[in-house]
Design a protein around this ligand. Structure first.
Ligand SMILES: Nc1ncnc2c1ncn2[C@@H]1O[C@H](COP(=O)(O)OP(=O)(O)OP(=O)(O)O)[C@@H](O)[C@H]1O
Ligand SMILES: [Mg+2]
Length: 519
């Protein structure tokens, strides 16, 4: 390989340059092939090497094959495959020691598999092969050809190549680590995906009431389409659950499901979160950031609480819905994405449209396939199923052996209004499973408001005589006012209308029931 006339200082300088350049190459790429190839290129450039190869051992295939080569056509490289112990390369891997073949034409062990050297007998080629070792195990070889002459010291070459091979070993190690990490991540992703798919298959949505059957039917119809779905329903009715069910029952199930809440962020952040931004778009935008729409490409984006979007945002949003294209904040390039949209809200969008708070055109764009999720109090027959479902789930999670409620506890649970819907029931059961001392769960294990629920299905107020007619009437009145105000989003005029009383009377009642509506 190395020019035989190189002596003393000059050679030392070249060796240093070689090592310096190789260490630079090692730091410049995480791609193993690129790194190894540059090692060979540097050897050629500074040390006058003719041909060089780096072969690596594939432990599963029990085979050593040439990964990168200098001065060798790709077909020749492909032929360079050796079993352990086969040929010089195989022997070096087997023994973990360097081998020098002073004249390849005279060495029967030299197989010349690659045929890169033409007729060997006519050339004065020496071949030096050193092992690449990682943690005392030989993982490959570094080998070079040189033209031989008497004045060359093989020892010096072996010394240099051994140093270089240990550098190559570091590159192999890093690459193995990166690869392993990537595989672990991919495995984890696959596992999470199948876990998620398991979780959001229909079977895990509990409820057999007519109203839920209708929901399942609609979900089954809309899931395979690309149509925009609008999920409506009070808080805790399962909008997010259904959104996931739609995604995981669609052809997009192996792509991302990206959730995005329109309520949580100020407008400027909302825009950059959704659409991403270019480097330098604003102070602090140090690099390009992909938005949620880009991240959801090929999959589904779930826009939660769409009713809370500002008018300015609605305009931007409308365009994405119409054209499925947008620009990153501060960007000129128009990006196109293939995204299925599912939106959800517990707001009265129609009222918001009438009041000019929600754009009518956007409303129609979103309201393509509406699905209404019924409040729990309108499907009471599902309460037992849900209770058993959650008791089982939380018993398992908390390693407890709880399987039922006492008769009184059932009575309370079945009579309660569940204004927080399934979420409230879920939280209630989790708490009960955790606090209960024995199976079945008793009334005393339930949260206060449910313990005190009276036959009208509403919590009795402390200090009241829970069973008397005035108490029941008052409790019912409170409940109705609260439900109605929730429905109208705190709008008293509308609530009064719905309740069939004047706004003045409602105001008066609210004064009498302090803390009734304090959302
Ligand atoms: N039919 C159901 N079967 C089983 N669990 C349910 C069902 N519906 C809702 N849940 C559970 O109740 C909780 C609340 O559901 P989810 O978050 O989907 O409600 P939401 O309608 O999005 O509420 P919000 O409007 O407050 O965001 C979740 O833990 C969900 O798993
Ligand atoms: Mg939600």
């Amino acid at each position: 390989m190395m020019d035989a006339n190189l002596t003393g200082l000059k050679r030392e300088l070249l060796e240093l340059t070689t090592l310096y350049e190789i260490s630079k190459a090692l730091n410049s790429s995480l791609n193993l092939e690129v790194t190894l190839k540059s090692i060979l290129d540097v050897l050629h450039k500074h040390m006058g090497m003719e041909r060089g190869t780096i072969a690596l051992l594939d432990e599963r295939a029990n085979e050593i094959s040439i990964q990168v080569a200098h001065g060798m056509p790709p077909e020749a490289m492909k032929r360079g495959k050796y079993k352990i112990g086969e040929g010089i390369t195989g022997k070096v891997v087997q023994a973990g020691e360097p081998i020098v073949v002073p004249n390849v034409g005279e060495e029967p062990l030299f197989l010349n598999k690659t045929k890169a050297r033409g007729d060997l007998s006519k050339k004065n080629i020496s071949f030096i092969c050193v092992p690449i070792k990682l943690e005392n195990k030989t993982v490959g070889t570094l080998s070079v050809d040189r033209l031989f002459s008497d004045s060359v010291s093989f020892e010096e070459d072996i010394r240099l190549l051994t140093i270089i091979s240990s550098m190559a070993a570091q590159a192999v190690k890093i690459s193995q680590m990166v690869q392993r990490e990537k595989e672990a991540l991919l495995d984890e992703n696959r596992m999470l995906r199948s876990e998620l798919q398991e979780k959001y298959r229909f079977e895990n949505i509990v409820g057999e009431s007519k109203k839920m059957q209708d929901v399942y039917h609609t979900v089954a119809v809309v899931a395979p389409t690309k149509g925009t779905v609008l999920l409506r329903g009070e808080s805790g009715t399962g909008k997010e659950l259904i959104a996931k069910a739609i995604h995981y029952n669609s052809t997009r199930k192996d792509k991302a499901f990206i959730k995005f809440s329109c309520a949580a962020l100020p407008e400027t952040l909302l825009e950059s979160e959704l659409f991403g931004y270019e480097k330098g778009a604003f102070t602090g935008a140090a690099s390009v950031k992909r938005g949620r729409f880009e991240a959801a490409d090929g999959g589904t984006i779930f826009l939660d609480e769409v009713g809370d979007m500002t008018l300015a945002m609605q305009v931007k949003f409308l365009r994405v819905l119409q054209e499925r294209e947008f620009e990153r904040v501060g960007g000129l390039e128009t990006l196109k994405v293939d995204v299925r949209l599912i939106a959800a809200t517990n707001k009265d969008l129609e009222a918001a449209v009438r009041e000019g708070k929600f754009r009518e055109d956007l409303y129609y764009r979103l309201n393509v396939l509406p699905i209404f999720l019924p409040p729990l109090r309108e499907r009471r027959e599902d309460i037992p199923l849900l209770v058993y479902h959650f008791i089982k789930k939380f018993s398992h999670e908390n390693q407890k052996d709880v399987s039922d409620l006492t008769k009184q506890a059932w009575e309370q649970v079945l009579n309660y209004q569940w204004p927080g819907n399934v979420r409230e029931l879920e939280n209630c059961m989790e708490r009960a499973v955790i606090v209960c001392q024995k199976n079945p769960i008793d009334v005393s294990d339930l949260p206060g408001p449910i313990q005190n629920v009276n036959t009208a299905g509403v919590p009795a107020q402390p200090g009241q005589n829970a069973g008397t007619l005035p108490a029941v009437v008052e409790a019912l009145e409170r409940q109705m006012i609260r439900d109605t105000l929730q429905k109208t989003d705190g709008n008293r005029r509308k609530a009064a209308q719905l309740l069939g009383i004047t706004e003045r009377i409602l105001g008066y009642k609210l004064k009498n029931y302090p803390g009734l509506y304090d959302n």
